[in-house]
Ligand binder design. Structure first.
Ligand SMILES: *Cc1c(COP(=O)(O)O)cnc(C)c1O
Length: 405
């Protein structure tokens, strides 16, 4: 008889953004004349840049001729893209990463969700709290849960590392030793970062405990401060303990185009000496048939001189919004952080409102949609995330509405 995967039945609640979507849909249906400003979901609004569009067109045209037509792509990615990644994202920063350690994919969400498959089911994970929900849910789907602790509302094999105002929204080394540590800096949702020396402590800890760090660098392009590392491989010893995940979504606006990559160094081994890189290659080759050729050409164009210039323009466009939100809300009396090295502003809800109370309050009174902090984990309660991915016009209008609250 058919039975659903019991691990999936262990998932708690619905995906955060579906809940928000439903609430907003209900509100707009009841109030069709209201102009909603969406600063909730982290999706870009600016179009692809000319260099990317040209690369896409050229690659499409190649498909019309037998000599240049491409079928299945290599499952780990084309060399032209993997070499460009190594040269620009690593060699240029003095990091040791080789092309055969770069796995091209359709984006960071799938990679950050899938990578856990190559680790044992009994591995314990540690996540920042608040957390990008994908890390926890995909581990629950894989049965990496242990016992459910009613009092905490948490699984015993998932260690939440509180990121609070007291620590600048960065985690502290956990007392219970995890096998897999998820870190994301610049952080979604808080916009926080760690310095290179702080990150070095995590690398040293992981090497000492023989844990792996899964480092999500989706917002690397937004770093504006000098002492914030762009890659975990800037830290000494990271090749034996860290996997790094990148996306073309937030820097180049590929949220709908789909492209990302993951680095798994050959020096990363499990306790019995098994190569993690080889397992990921095996998994990738079995379950994934490669990112589209056309899209990989667009990714290559991101690294061209013109591409880099255009992408800097996109990032500064959004960071102008971030500044507007950060300064506007601070002037209106809110306690805000983030928005300096990341397109997210993390604000404390006023008057001790819960995150969802503030969500409803904003939606009903000023028709602004944001994301309740509690949706990202218990330490997010009493906080709220706004994104800088809107247009200048909408962002400005949103700040005006906040001032009139
Ligand atoms: C947006 C985001 C991703 C997803 O990126 P895609 O490449 O579009 O799948 C991954 N990690 C974090 C933390 C993100 O915010």
């Amino acid at each position: 008889m058919l039975k659903a995967n019991p691990n999936y039945l262990n998932l708690r609640g619905s995906y955060l953004f579906s809940t928000i979507g439903k609430k907003v849909a209900a509100y707009t249906q009841a109030n069709p004349d209201k102009q909603i400003i969406r600063l909730g979901i982290g999706d870009v609004t600016q179009p692809l840049t000319p260099t990317i569009i040209k690369a896409l067109h050229d690659a499409v045209d190649e498909q019309a001729h037998a000599e240049t037509f491409r079928g299945y792509t290599p499952d780990l990615g084309y060399d032209f893209l993997r070499n460009a990644i190594v040269k620009n994202d690593y060699e240029a920063r003095g990091c040791e990463v080789y092309a055969d350690e770069v796995f091209v994919s359709d984006g960071a969400k799938s990679d950050s969700g899938n990578i856990q498959e190559i680790f044992a089911p009994e591995c314990r994970i540690a996540v920042c709290d608040p957390v990008y929900p994908v890390y926890v849910d995909t581990n629950v789907m894989a049965g990496r849960t242990g016992e459910f602790i009613e009092a905490k509302g948490q699984w015993s094999n998932v260690i939440y590392m509180p990121c609070t105002a007291a620590t600048g929204f960065a985690p502290e080394l956990p007392a219970e030793v995890p096998d897999i540590i998820y870190l994301c800096f610049p952080n979604n949702p808080t916009g926080s970062t760690v310095t290179k020396s702080e990150l070095q402590k995590w690398v040293d800890y992981a090497n000492e405990k023989h844990s792996v760090i899964i480092y999500d660098a989706a917002y690397e392009a937004y770093i504006s401060e000098d002492d914030v590392p762009h890659s975990i491989y800037e830290c000494e010893g990271a090749r034996t303990c860290a996997i790094e995940i990148h996306s073309f979504s937030k820097n180049a606006g590929f949220t709908g185009v789909r492209l990302g990559y993951t680095v798994v160094p050959k020096d990363l081994k499990d306790v019995d000496g098994n190569s993690i890189r080889d397992l990921w290659a095996r998994r990738h080759g079995t379950k994934f048939n490669g990112a589209p050729y056309i899209i990989q050409r667009a990714g290559e164009a991101v690294y061209s001189e013109a591409g880099q210039k255009e992408i800097k323009g996109l990032v500064s466009y959004y960071m102008e919004n971030a500044k507007m939100i950060r300064e506007g809300l601070a002037a209106a009396g809110y306690t805000v952080s983030g928005g300096v090295n990341a397109p997210y502003i993390w604000l404390k809800t006023p008057d001790k409102m819960t995150s969802w109370e503030f969500f409803d309050y904003l939606l009903e009174n000023v028709n602004i949609v944001g994301t309740p902090g509690s949706g990202f984990g218990p330490s997010g309660e009493g906080y709220f995330r706004l994104t800088a991915f809107g247009t200048h016009e909408n962002t400005k209008a949103a700040i005006e509405r906040f001032k009139n609250l």
